[in-house]
Design a protein around this ligand. Sequence first.
Ligand code: SF4
Length: 251
Amino acid sequence: MTTQSLEAKAKALNDELETLDLAGRLARVAGLDGRTVFTTSLGIEDQVITAAIGTNRLDIDVVTLETGRLFNETVALIDETEETYGIVIKRFHPAKADVDAYVAQYGMNGFYESVEARHACCGVRKLKPLARALEGASYWITGLRRGQSGNRATTPFAEADLERGLIKVNPLADWDIETIRAYVAAEAIPVNSLHSRGYPSIGCEPCTRAIKPGEPERAGRWWWENDEKRECGLHVAEATSSIIPNTSGAA
Ligand code: SF4
């Protein structure tokens, strides 16, 4: 598919999804030709999406990046979620050779030493497994929300990911955190116990801390870095073609 046609397709899908509710958005994408993959980090937003996929028995592959550095609480939640919804969450692990090479060059926790070392670790433990998880996919569903950070403030419902040659779908783009929490409570969706201990955004254990009252939701991610746009590279703007204008100011 050409760049223009991928962008046009994403634009049309974006406009369509805007008029639907969460279940409708997911069902619409699941009904399109091509494989649909949902990558979950087991965060609260992703649990909402997983619950909708499982409850509605939608034809969407649910996968997670098991980096080898996750919190025990997160790993336990993978099993609990599979059991609750009767689904399989496929785990994608980093290649041992890649991890060994990283550790040899930077050390196990070398990511604290420089942004370059941190990106290298995310590359090995997240980005390469993500590429395997998305192989052959036409649609990639994520739990990104506009309210998660300034960097995500213009998140559309659907956008062309030109680098990966697919359409990225963000069905919770317009949900705020209060709506997410109310939905989770109403539907009795299992969530990570860390959320109630000050962790609104949860990634790898050594790279996530609890936030203080009033801090932005993602302030506890790679907190030692100064770059306000810090991300792990899964959702970098350069790799995608945003199709909604920058109108205002979420693995
Ligand atoms: S979040 Fe931290 S431990 Fe996880 S892959 Fe990135 S740098 Fe490595």
